[in-house]
Structure formats: structure tokens, C-alpha cells
Design a protein around this ligand. Sequence first.
Ligand SMILES: C[S@@+](CC[C@H](N)C(=O)[O-])C[C@H]1O[C@@H](n2cnc3c(N)ncnc32)[C@H](O)[C@@H]1O
Length: 450
Amino acid sequence: MDIDTLIARYDRRVPRYTSYPTAPHFSDGIGAETAAAWLAALPGTASLSLYLHVPFCRTLCRFCGCHTSAVNTEAPLVTYAAALRTEIALAAQAIGKRLTVRQIHWGGGTPSILPAAELRAISDTIRRCFTLAPDAEIAIEIDPRRLPPDRLAALRDIGVTRASLGVQDFAPQVQETIGRRQSFAETAACAEALRGIGVGSINLDLVYGLPHQTDDGLRATLRQALTLAPERIAVFGYAHVPWMQRHQALIPEASLPDARARFRLREIAETEIAAAGYGAIGLDHFAKPGDGLARAAASGRLHRNFQGYTDDDADALIGLGASAISSLPQGYLQNAPRVPAYRAAVAAGRLPIARGVALDADDRLRRAAIEQVMCALRLDVDALLAAHGAAPEALDDVRPALAELATLGLVTWDGSRLAVPRAARPFLRAVAAAFDRYLEPAPARHAPAI
Ligand SMILES: C[S@@+](CC[C@H](N)C(=O)[O-])C[C@H]1O[C@@H](n2cnc3c(N)ncnc32)[C@H](O)[C@@H]1O
């Protein structure tokens, strides 16, 4: 089948599978009480990963799909930081044991917007409540346009080892339309400053499918970005979801590349980045051969979580802050999405859980299948069924869909072993969707698959 027909057929809305079941299927039947029981059940040997969500930026970019809002004073940041510290203590108290943290991820929004003293105070609270592994990875998302010297010093003091810098595209017309002016020079200066304080891994986030983005413009952006020799590059497909993110309606639909153009832009990114010696990881990441993500991918230890691809294999991920999601052995928990409700719960001494989902055996089986497809691009269905002690027919509903994907060349499938060829990588989410038992009722909630 030719590529246009494939795009037409699979350019439907499917999730990015950073969890399974996906967030729209969480329910408010799961709250603080369940969360407390799940946290208390973590054994003393469990390793943790912490995700801290900071839902604030100085200005809002029109393309942004993240949970954030614009602030231009310090007061809401200071109050929010205090709530985060309280929530960390509440979570540690609910766990009731001193567990080891192997990874901390500060995400947003723009976590580097927090005042330097608040960054240090939150880091101190974590170290008081948990044992930080000596080789812990401490990652942070950064807006390269604003990183004043006091903030840089705080990042050094809290031990940041990895920084993700938002780049998107350097073309002026794209930047104008998405409301984010950012020169290559300021991006380079930020990367250099971070390397100067000993940050060993610089990651760049680019986006394809942006308004007015052209093949040549993206190629030029990539070539400039690659001169910074980042350890990792992510090239996300622009998710245009104005029904969820109302500010995206400021982007004229007519300025967006169509499905065919998006496909070509994605291909350009893959070609340019591969030519610079990076290996492709999963759906949208690239890493230098020696990088932790590349090593995890090569040895089958790659995982997918709410931050995308990771080599983090901690037993539990605890999400802290408004809208943050935790992944515990029993299921997922999501904090109150809006800051006032989040702060009120924490101030009352309650875990600020708004919803969640407890995993049943079928969820665990399909979650493992989807994670393997998204990470390894291959899966032995019969071996997975055996490993989960599942009935041999437990995934029989998926087999016809896989056979159909095979006739289209999007997978190879021998009745048990499934593999997604390199060329079909843009359709990876559509392959994973074959395993999703919840997908049909809610297809309109997600961005296009390519
Ligand atoms: C959580 S944001 C934080 C970035 C940081 N605030 C900054 O200003 O660079 C991380 C990245 O997600 C990506 N992103 C945000 N909105 C997106 C969207 N609607 N579609 C695809 N990627 C998006 C962008 O590459 C962005 O830099």
C-alpha cells in the first residue's frame, strides 16, 4: 500500500501511550485513601523515582500542550514551592519508610522559573525525607531564553545531571506564529552554561508539524541544533488539540502542515539526526551511542513513562505537584490538575489525589505489550502471555488487527512474534493501539498518530 493511503488510513487520533490505561480512563473513584494504602504497601527495598511538576512559565507559547499557566510575579511560585515541600513530606509519611530515590525529574511548565532559594529548599526536603542514591539522575526541563546566574548556581547546588532544553524550530516565521522567539545564540549560550556547571547530558526538544514549518527550515534548525552535540534529541510531533488547550486556537489551522507534509518533516528529522551518528529510540527520541538511553534500548531496558522514554527502572514513580501522575505497582494516581485545589488539599494535610486507576490482570498484560511495542518495536505475544500466566486466548482480539497491519507492511507477524520495521516507525502508536481495550469510545481525545 502506498504511503498516502497508509497516512489516510492511520492518521486517526491515538494516544502517545505514556501510560496504559491512558489518563482519560482514570476515574475519581480512586482518591487519597487508596493512594495512602498503595504508598504504605511499598516494601522497604522499593526504589523510587520522583517527578515534580511546576505548572508555571513566564509567557505561554501558543503551541504548548503542557499543563501550565503564565505568571509574572514571584508570590505564586513561592506559595507553590511550599505546597510541593508539604506534599513531599506527606508522601514520605504515607510510605512510612525511608526509601531510596534513583531519579528526580523536574518538569513543567518551566521548573527553572522557581526562585533559586525554592529550588534548594525543595531539594533539601527530598533529601530529608528520602535517601538519594549516590548516582541518582537529576533531570530538569529548561527554557533556554531565561536562566539567570542565580538559577544556574541553584541547579549546580541541587545536583542536576541532565537538562532538557526546549528548542522547537529556529525559523523566524514558525517562532512568530507559535509565540516563542528564541535565537540559536541564546540556546547555545544556555547549553554552554549548563555544561559549565557540570551537567553531563544536554537534551534538546524539537517539534515537527508546527505552523509554517518547511522542509528547509527544519533541516536548518536540525543542523544548527546538532552543532551543540546534545547527548539526546527528542523530535515530537506537534499535537494540535485546541479543544483541550484553548490557546492553540490562536494558531491558524491553514498554517499547519498536512498529514503528508508532517510525514516528510518527520523523515527529514530522522535522516539528519541519523546522519550525525545518533541512534533512533522508540517513537521520537534519538541518542548518542554511549548515552544511557541508547544503552537501555540496546539491552532491552528501555521504559516509557509520562516524561516519554527513560532508562529509569525504579519500582515506583511518585508524581508531585498539580496534575502530576504517579505510577505505583497497584496502578496510577493523578493529583488535582488545578493549582488552587491541589494547594487546598495539601494545606489540609491530604494527599492531593483527584483520580486514578487500579490495574487488573488484563490491564497489566496489555500495558506490558504496549510498552514493549513502543520501546523495543517488537513483541513475542505468546511469550508475554506465558510470562504473565495469562490464558493463551487472552489477546485473541488483537490478532486480526495485527494480521491486517502485517498485510499493510506496518508490522511483520508470524502469529506470535510481532516486529515493527524501521520504515513503519511513524505508525508505532497505531500498532500499539491494537492492544488498547479502551480506545474505541474515546478516539477524539488524542492528537493525530503521525
Ligand atoms: C514540558 S515542555 C517544557 C519546556 C520548557 N518550558 C521550555 O520553555 O522549553 C517540554 C517540551 O514538550 C514539547 N511540547 C510542548 N507542547 C507540545 C505540543 N503541543 N506538541 C508536541 N510537543 C510539545 C516541546 O518540545 C517542549 O519544549
